[in-house]
Design a protein around this ligand. Structure first.
Ligand code: AMP
Ligand code: ZN
Length: 454
């Protein structure tokens, strides 16, 4: 049975969704003022694997991921570049979809964005004011933190730590936070009962999650930096609004760091997803992320990606060897207990989605197969292939891929051999150079042309 670490209880808990057979999950999406970096990729790959595993277990998953398409950073970037905030957000939402598609992140069920939910946000704020949880002041609206039942339920932080987050003399108390921000001169705005303005950050996720998933739902996720204040404030608002427990399981991914420091736009220590995918195959980046437990930090470097690439290659070689053996049709009689490896893989995944240890089980099986390939019976090899395919659907990594690439490489080499026969050295050299650029080195020997990945 699946157990998940819940940030709320700070413990592993058995996973039992509110409604049998269905899981409703909400994952905080990006603020779209720039291309996503690989720190974002980590968050979305982790939650994609969690979603895929829940689907593997037979749950029907409703997955919601928002876009913060208006906020201070978007407005600042729009001013710098002279592009309208709406156009800027649109551009980076499109880029986000391209990146997620390349990374094989399964599409969400809904992708709500703030600018399309103004009426819902305004009516929620009105209800919070009517309930005495919020107040208007000088054209802005603030949430009255002390009116909420409990502070620090999720983050275990002291209310005093809210004091310095939003310094503003319109607030009645220093820890209150903005639900609606009055527009500054010349800034993009929406009309509201309190004048022209736009929503604060936290309220959007409370409103959009409740709208698409209901007043209480199973999983709310995001990176660990969102625990405080974002998710803490979401709980205050939502529970004040509905009077019910907001979310059953709070799940947070660890940081992707670079030289042990969190990768972030503001620190400038980032690589965009597209920069990295120009040099590495998407599956290598996914494998690098999956190779760590989702709550552990992972340090990003070319060396770490190269290592992931080499490990993935070992798995793919084994997959190709099994295919090859099945193709040849010559088998031994030794039985490999694939089901035990499979069960151990599932047990590791069931224990807080420990992809790291689950992948280690797969490697154990691979070592045994490599050692005994010729002796194994047909059914063992077929079961191993099936297990590989199940892992592939959970991790979103294609183990057969290199096999396909191999066939294209062979085709190019065939064309190159023909070019050489015609003494078309230019084409032959071009093929060699282009393949080298893709990490394939070729060598002309007396027995024909050989190639290898480098
Ligand atoms: P943002 O656009 O900064 O709000 O980030 C969107 C999501 O990506 C949030 O869930 C963040 O916690 C997550 N995220 C941002 N940077 C990193 C990082 N370096 N490592 C892991 N997750 C991150
Ligand atoms: Zn959020």
């Amino acid at each position: 049975m699946l157990r998940i670490y819940n940030t709320l209880s700070q413990q592993l808990e058995p996973f039992e969704p509110l409604e049998k057979g269905c899981v409703k999950m909400y994952v905080c999406g990006p603020t779209v003022y720039d291309y996503c970096h690989v720190g974002h990729a980590r968050s979305y790959v982790c939650f994609d694997i969690i979603r895929r595993y829940l689907e593997f277990l037979g749950y029907r998953v409703t997955y919601v991921q928002n876009f913060t398409d208006v906020d201070d950073k978007i407005i600042a970037r729009a001013n710098e570049t002279g592009v309208e905030p709406g156009k800027l957000a649109e551009k980076f939402i499109s880029a986000f979809f391209e990146d997620m598609h390349r990374l094989k992140i399964k599409p969400a069920t809904y992708y709500p964005r703030v600018t399309k939910h103004m009426a819902d946000i305004i009516s929620t704020i009105e209800k919070l004011i009517a309930g005495g949880y919020a107040y208007e002041s000088n054209g802005s609206v603030y949430f009255s933190v002390k009116k909420a039942k409990e502070f620090g339920k999720l983050s275990k932080q002291d209310i005093e730590n809210m004091r310095t987050l939003e310094i503003n003399e319109d607030k009645r108390e220093p820890w209150d936070f903005a639900l609606w921000k009055k527009a500054k001169e010349g800034e993009i705005y929406w009309e509201s009962p309190w004048g022209n303005g736009r929503p604060g950050w936290h309220i959007e996720c409370s409103v959009m999650s409740v709208k698409y998933l209901g007043e209480n739902f199973d999983i709310h996720g995001g990176g660990m930096d969102l625990i405080f204040p974002h998710h803490e404030c979401e709980i205050l608002q939502s529970e004040a609004y509905t009077g019910k427990q907001f979310v059953k399981y709070w799940i947070h991914n660890g940081f992707l760091t670079i030289n042990k420091e969190k990768m972030s736009k503001s620190l400038g220590n980032f690589f965009t997803i597209r920069e990295v995918l120009a040099r590495y195959e998407p599956d290598v980046l996914r494998f690098f992320i999956a190779h760590a437990h989702y709550r552990s930090p992972i340090d990003f470097s070319d060396a770490a990606l190269d290592e992931a690439k080499a490990s993935l290659k070992r798995l793919r070689n084994c997959y190709a060897n099994i295919l090859d053996a099945l193709g040849k049709g010559e088998f031994g009689t030794e039985i490999l207990d694939v089901e035990t490896y499979r069960q151990r893989f599932i047990d590791r995944m069931d224990e807080d989605l420990n992809t790291r240890e689950a992948i280690a089980v797969l490697f154990e099986m691979v070592s045994t197969i490599n050692e005994k390939l010729e002796n194994l019976d047909m059914n063992s090899l077929a079961s191993a292939l099936h297990f590989f395919d199940e892992v592939s659907s959970i991790l979103g990594i294609d183990f057969a891929k290199e096999g396909t690439a191999d066939r294209f490489i062979d085709l190019l080499l065939e064309l190159r051999a023909e070019a050489r026969k015609r003494k078309d050295w230019e084409t032959a050299d071009r093929i060699r150079e282009r393949l080298r650029g893709l990490g394939v080195e070729i060598e002309d020997t007396a027995d024909g042309t050989k190639w290898k990945y480098v």
